[in-house]
Write a protein that binds this ligand. Structure first.
Ligand code: ADP
Ligand code: ZN
Length: 205
């Protein structure tokens, strides 16, 4: 059944930890919009230039051309009024203005697709995604595979020693972990090894 929406805009949020397929899912939806001959604009934050300066790139190496902005405030002036679908990747780097911007675009009849981390390296809700979950029409939560035990993983484990909220990095600096294996902050490797193999604990009789 076809849903006829006319010019009704809305907000779709794709959230989850790193490596959970958010960018893949965003690219899949944007490609389908292009196949449907909709006018699409894609944005990513300039802070994230890990894999490409002007493309969104998934860890499985799917790519899509995107405009680069320093924060959400730079998006509105770049919107072509004919655009029907607006994709935004790495939304957790876009700043708090993203909430108002997404509402403005949706109210103007645009389909707004947003992908971003829902929790930070400490496992806390990562603004502005929680606000967007409350205000949007559609939510997809993606899970990764826990790199320690293979269970579904909702956490982004930071592996490097830093307590800055934003440390841009990929494989080697972060990995996906399940609720049980997640260690907020930097992992204490020995304690984790003890949990998984009690007999191997150093200093134990
Ligand atoms: P995200 O945008 O959520 O960081 P991506 O869409 O960039 O995720 O990447 C998802 C891809 O990453 C998967 O299809 C898979 O090929 C790869 N991958 C690497 N590590 C993991 C993991 N621990 N769990 C799931 N997928 C992983
Ligand atoms: Zn685990």
């Amino acid at each position: 059944m076809e849903i006829v929406t006319g010019n009704l805009g809305w907000i779709e949020v794709i959230c989850g930890p790193m490596f959970s397929g958010k960018s893949e899912e965003l690219i899949r939806r944007l490609r389908r919009a292009m196949i449907a001959r909709k006018r699409v604009q894609v944005f990513k934050p300039s802070i994230d230039d890990r894999y490409s300066a002007d493309e969104i790139v998934s860890h499985g190496d799917l790519r899509m051309r995107s405009d680069v902005v320093s924060n959400a405030g730079d998006i509105l002036p770049r919107i072509d009024w004919r655009t029907e679908v607006v994709g935004i990747d790495e939304a957790n780097f876009m700043g708090p203005e993203l909430v108002t911007l997404a509402g403005t675009l949706a109210d103007a009849g645009k389909q707004v697709l947003i992908a971003g981390l829902d929790t930070d390296y400490m496992g806390r809700p990562f603004s502005p995604i929680p606000e967007l979950l409350a205000l949007g029409e559609s939510i997809t939560k993606t899970l990764a595979i826990c790199m320690r035990c293979g269970n579904p993983a909702k956490h982004t484990q930071r592996l490097v020693d830093s307590h800055d909220l934003i440390v841009v990095g990929a494989a080697g600096m972060y990995e996906a972990r399940c609720r049980r294996c997640f260690e907020p902050g930097v992992p204490k490797q020995q304690e984790l090894d003890f949990l998984h193999a009690p007999a191997a604990r150093p200093g134990r009789a």
